[in-house]
Design a protein around this ligand. Structure first.
Ligand SMILES: Nc1ncnc2c1ncn2[C@@H]1O[C@H](COP(=O)(O)OP(=O)(O)OP(=O)(O)O)[C@@H](O)[C@H]1O
Ligand SMILES: [Mg+2]
Length: 380
């Protein structure tokens, strides 16, 4: 698939922008702070409704404007679909597909993107939250229905945590509070079980692809494994697991209730899990070198790309976005990455200077200056 047209209104530092893109490589050049990342972020936002830079939508709306609109024409098997998203700070997004109002989940499966950015190093070096986000973004891309479960889970977690905190240390928790807690346990177990199952099936599919991508990027150096470190299994420690995931989550919460009331936090569920990356015999986090961490971060994205392509009903590839990554890579990794990304139907590459774009990745070129984009060789 590819994005053939993009229109932005009041998105980040763009007032109005209308751009037409070719299939293949699209290079976006411009000095620091001009709007390169903003442009590719807008494209990625249409596929996940989340940004790789911020968690609150307010930052996406141009300062001083009431709302932003991102509209894109996505071409799949020669058939165009127009996606439109209106972002109004503090309110739910309004979505349209081919100009008719649509539910957000109907927009979600249409455009698929894989974004690789320098921040991705935190996938390897950062907190578990970074890796959970990586997994959950992919879960939602694979199964758009789970976007609802994901946000529902976050809501349940907030409510249940507030309730645990209101118990004030637990000793004198009133019966009414405890029975309300039972209700939230049920909600958390139901939504949590769906997310855990989806993550587990994702990791099973993803692990061999990430391992292969790592071998590719690093020329066969080291074996990578992916495994979920589960709060549920830790809670079950010496207890034999009984029942399905939902029943196990419920049982674990019951067992941990005194500690949860004591500490005022939810101790078991997908929000406490981690994706452990191992390189050779050592955990990547805290042990991998800088170069190894980069290769591994790249492999995580390339693995995701391969999986989404393999699962696409029409065999189409996700749109690949490489935001400022080549400047960070050594010559060898640059060449490897350039070779691998040529498999994508469309690749957006941003760079501050043309020298950072490998020669073999040349294509349509744009220049961005202060939120105004123009195609090189054209008026703009
Ligand atoms: N909501 C907003 N309203 C107005 N301007 C914004 C908004 N959000 C970001 N900006 C501006 O957009 C600019 C950053 O754009 P962007 O991150 O796309 O830069 P870039 O071209 O990718 O730069 P770099 O090469 O440094 O990565 C900053 O000047 C920032 O102040
Ligand atoms: Mg940038």
């Amino acid at each position: 698939m590819f994005v053939s047209d993009l229109a932005l209104s009041d998105y980040r530092n763009y007032r109005e922008a209308v751009v037409r893109f070719d299939e293949g490589t699209v290079v976006i050049l411009g000095a620091n702070g001009q709007g390169k990342t903003n442009l590719v972020e807008a494209i990625a936002y249409l596929s996940t409704f989340s940004s790789h830079r911020v968690s609150a939508d307010a930052a996406l709306v141009r300062a001083g404007a009431p709302g932003a609109v991102v509209r894109a024409k996505v071409v799949r098997r020669d058939r165009p679909t127009v996606l439109e998203l209106e972002i109004i700070a503090g309110r739910a997004n309004r979505a349209r597909v081919n100009r008719s109002p649509a539910r957000t989940r109907d927009v979600l499966g249409i455009l698929k993107t894989v974004v690789f950015a320098p921040e991705d190093l935190t996938l390897v070096k950062g907190d578990p939250a970074e890796r959970r986000r990586y997994l959950d973004d992919l879960v939602v891309t694979r199964v758009p229905r789970l976007a609802g479960v994901r946000s529902e889970y976050e809501r349940i977690l907030r409510q249940r945590s507030a309730l645990l905190k209101s118990a004030g240390g637990g000793r004198r928790a009133p019966t009414a509070l405890l029975s309300t807690l039972d209700v939230w346990d049920g909600h958390l177990a139901a939504a949590g079980a769906e997310l855990l199952a989806a993550r587990a099936s994702l990791v099973a599919e993803l692990a061999p692809r990430v391992a292969a991508a790592y071998r590719d990027v690093s020329d066969g150096a080291g074996e990578v494994t992916l495994a979920i470190r589960s709060s549920l299994e830790r809670a079950e420690d010496d207890v034999a697991p009984d029942g399905d995931l939902e029943a196990r989550l419920l049982a674990a919460m019951q067992r941990l209730r005194p500690q949860e009331l004591d500490r005022g936090v939810c101790l078991v569920g997908p929000h406490r899990d981690d994706l452990v990356l191992t390189l050779g015999d050592l955990p990547a986090r805290g042990y991998a070198s800088h170069g190894e961490s980069w290769s591994l971060a790249l492999a995580l994205r390339l693995g995701a790309f391969g999986l989404l392509r393999a699962e696409d009903p029409d065999g189409e590839t996700p749109v690949l976005i490489l935001d400022d990554v080549f400047a960070e890579l050594d010559t060898h990794r640059r060449a490897r990455l350039a070779a691998l990304v040529r498999e994508a139907q469309q690749v957006f590459v941003t760079a501050a200077v043309p020298a950072d774009v490998p020669a073999e990745l040349d294509g349509q070129r744009f220049h961005v200056r202060a939120g105004v984009i123009g195609e090189d060789g054209h008026d703009g």
